[in-house]
Structures are given as structure tokens and as C-alpha cells.
Design a protein around this ligand. Sequence first.
Ligand SMILES: Cc1cc2nc3c(=O)[nH]c(=O)nc-3n(C[C@H](O)[C@H](O)[C@H](O)COP(=O)(O)OP(=O)(O)OC[C@H]3O[C@@H](n4cnc5c(N)ncnc54)[C@H](O)[C@@H]3O)c2cc1C
Length: 257
Amino acid sequence: MNLIVPIKQVPDTTDVKINPQTNTLIRDGVRSVTNPFDMFAIEEALRLKERFGGKVTVVTMGPPQAKKVLEEAMAMGVDDAVLLSNRAFAGSDTLATSYVIAQAIKRIGDFDLIVCGKQASDGDTAQVGPGIAVRLKLPHASFVRKVRTVEKRSVVVERSADDGIEVVKMPLPSLITVTKEINAPRHTSFAGKFRAKRTHVPMWGPKDIGCDEAIVGLEGSPTWVDRIFTPPMKKGCLPMDATKENIAKLAGEILKR
Ligand SMILES: Cc1cc2nc3c(=O)[nH]c(=O)nc-3n(C[C@H](O)[C@H](O)[C@H](O)COP(=O)(O)OP(=O)(O)OC[C@H]3O[C@@H](n4cnc5c(N)ncnc54)[C@H](O)[C@@H]3O)c2cc1C
């Protein structure tokens, strides 16, 4: 079973800062890490490989230093890695990002399942996984909390829905995005770190993946961030900490009405 895991390098903070002039993320002075949800995606892919054989390939689109997250994935046991890095990709929105990653997956070829994180901790849209599936015309299930079984040419998963748990059977190849309930990611091993340092990670640009440069990057992205702001508090709203006392007080107020 061949698995592909798209992973993103994100700032190691939930306090994401935005440049008010460009409306892009301020990355300077912030340590970068693998998007936490992608750790669960890597782990699930490794577990499926251990059960059914095959190989795991990680792919990331980002600046050259994003190679670090690929090396970390290899240190966990991933077999291959691809870095998608080029000035043309910079500033891509989620439509452009999913297009670039889909083009790269077409070049990697021969895969059964793509495993993404549920969402990135910085952009936070949860659009890229389903976007890749649409670009590749694949069935997909988002918010997957368990992979139940993999049969000959299908996969059965449990996904978290608003009103419960849905069980979905999909033909392979397909794509899933995973939540943190799915597993506990393993640590990197010394042997893995050693192998990661010795493995060549190819860096692909638009020409390597047959990418139409007119529809990627800041200029080619059909959506843009117009303004980022905290919405003003609605009249009558009272900010309060979620302490036991406050919750009891609030519940009392509601019951009185
Ligand atoms: C309207 C709009 C305009 C934007 N404009 C800019 C801009 O001008 N400049 C800018 O820097 N950013 C911009 N962004 C942010 C940028 O588009 C996103 O960071 C990027 O597209 C990924 O989306 P996300 O972070 O929401 O990922 P999500 O969709 O939340 O990520 C879900 C999963 O997709 C995969 N994934 C996501 N991104 C990658 C990646 N790069 N490589 C590999 N796998 C990945 C991972 O598995 C991840 O867990 C913009 C976003 C929007 C919505």
C-alpha cells in the first residue's frame, strides 16, 4: 500500500502574527515545526505501511528551509520525501496550494491513499486536503478519527461529524484528512535521523510537475486576504473566563429566563 502525506511547516505558536500591510504571516523570529495535525497523518501512514507493506512519501510546499520537516518525517520512518519550492509558489492561496501539491502527486504516481492533517495551525482553513482530492478526482473523507479496515481496493474509515460518527467506505485510491484522535505519533529514532541526513531530498519547481505558473503564487491566486481583524464585541456580550463559577452563574441566568 503506497501512501503520500502532504505536510506543512508552520510557526511553533498558536499566537499567529499577521503583517498588516501584506496580510501575510510574520514568520521572522518564530521557530518552525511540522503542523501538529500532520504528525498524526505521518503516524497513520506509517502504521498502514507496517500492516500492509508499501512505502510512505511525504511532500511539502514551502521555502527551502521546509526541508527540515521532511527530514523529521524521514527520521520517524518515512521512505521518501519531495520538497516543492520555488519563488513562483510563494503567496499561494489554498486553491493554488492544492493545485501544486496535486501536480506533484501526479508525478510521484502509483499511490493508494493520501493522508493529510485535518487543518494547518496557521492558515487553519482545512481546505487543502479536500482541494487535492478534487484536483485529482479522488473520493475523500475529512476529519477521520479511525481507519477501520483496508480491503483489497477499498478503505473503511470513521469520521467525526457534527452529530456523531460517520462510517465511510471508499474505493482506493482516495484521500483522508485526520484528527488527533486517530493515534499517538511516534518519536524520531537515531537510525532514522541518520538515514534522513544521508537521503537526498529532490526539490521540484513548476516545470518539474507540469504546473501552469499563471495559476499559482500570489499573482495567480484567485482569492486574497483583504483584511484581518478581531470582530467587535456584540452589544450585550460580557467577556468572562470559563471557570466553574462563571459557568454556574451563566447557567443560573439562563434558567431564570
Ligand atoms: C484567501 C487566502 C489568501 C491567502 N494569501 C496568502 C498570501 O498572500 N500569502 C501567504 O503566505 N499565505 C496566504 N494564504 C495562506 C495560504 O494559502 C495557506 O497557508 C495555504 O494555502 C495552506 O492553507 P492552510 O494553511 O489553511 O492549510 P489547511 O487547508 O488547513 O491544511 C490542511 C492540510 O493540507 C496539507 N497542507 C496544507 N498546506 C500544505 C503545504 N504547503 N504543503 C504540504 N501540505 C500542505 C497538510 O496535510 C495540512 O494538514 C492565504 C490563504 C487564504 C485563504
